[in-house]
Design a protein around this ligand. Structure first.
Ligand SMILES: [Mg+2]
Length: 271
């Protein structure tokens, strides 16, 4: 579409919890005007999160977004159908989305987590062991949202209840899997992470549209990789800030936490 080439667009990649959403209340209203500014300027806003598709899709609808999403820590990229004008090769269609699957099947992750826990003498509690009420209690999400959060495909969130997280993570790596850590949970994955998904989607944007700049916003250690991929990166203050700043040197720190800080960072980026 020719009009996409008539200006140079920005592609914003943003984490959700603790970044665009408040860490405790999940509120995003303070960011609403900045989201509208991004849309009015014709830029793209990509949600890049450990959340499941079911959970992201309902936020995406309520935010009034129209751009692709990266779910389950890079386990899959979901594009609205024909987002780039035609069906992309190598995608599967699902309920109005084209999916680029990058992660391993969920049952493999759950199996490997059990094996790594046994090998390292740790006691873990993953989403597979929890019912929806427990997911709601541990995340502070309302029951309906917790039900959506529970529908995992490529990433298993878990807590370490007993034992040494470092030896557990080493055991996960010995089995050929990887792990990361968000604001609340550890996650086990294989063959994917947020950074790889951002790289893949950035390449697609650069092929299809006149991208001037990519911008990353995040608050957790699982954001470090994709923040390094972005041309311009912002860190939202959290308990992990000092460690994240070491992993993503060159990133700027937003002036406030959560959606209010997010909005200010976006305003500065667009200024
Ligand atoms: Mg976060």
């Amino acid at each position: 579409m020719a009009h996409w080439n008539s200006y140079n667009m920005f592609v914003f990649f943003t984490d959700l919890d603790g970044t665009l959403l408040d860490h405790d209340t999940y509120d995003w209203q303070p960011a609403r005007p900045a989201i509208r500014r991004i849309q009015a300027a014709g830029h793209a806003l990509i949600l890049c999160t450990s959340k499941s598709l079911a959970e992201v899709a309902s936020l995406w609808h309520s935010m009034g977004l129209a751009d692709p999403v990266i779910v389950e820590n890079g386990g899959a990229i979901y594009l609205p159908e024909r987002y780039f004008g035609g069906r992309l090769p190598g995608t599967v269609t699902r309920g109005g989305w084209e999916a680029i699957e990058l992660g391993a099947p969920y049952r493999d992750l759950v199996g490997a987590l059990g094996e790594a826990a046994a090998a390292s003498g740790a006691r873990v509690r993953g989403f597979a062991n929890m019912d929806t009420e427990e997911v709601a209690r541990r995340t502070g999400l309302p029951l309906e949202t917790a039900r959506q959060a529970h529908q995992r495909e490529y990433d298993e969130p878990f807590l370490v209840e007993e034992g040494d997280p470092a030896s557990l993570c080493a055991a996960i790596e010995r089995l050929g899997y990887s792990w990361t850590r968000g604001g609340r949970f550890f996650h086990i994955l294989r063959g994917c992470d947020k950074a790889q998904a951002v790289r893949r989607l950035t390449a697609l944007f650069r092929e299809q549209r006149a991208v001037e700049r990519t911008v990353g916003l995040g608050d957790g250690l699982n954001d470090a990789g994709f923040l390094r991929e972005a041309d311009s990166a912002w860190l939202l203050p959290s308990r992990q800030l000092a460690e994240l700043a070491r992993l993503a040197p060159g990133a700027r720190v937003a002036p406030a936490k959560g959606p209010a800080g997010w909005a200010q960072a976006v305003e500065m980026e667009l200024a």
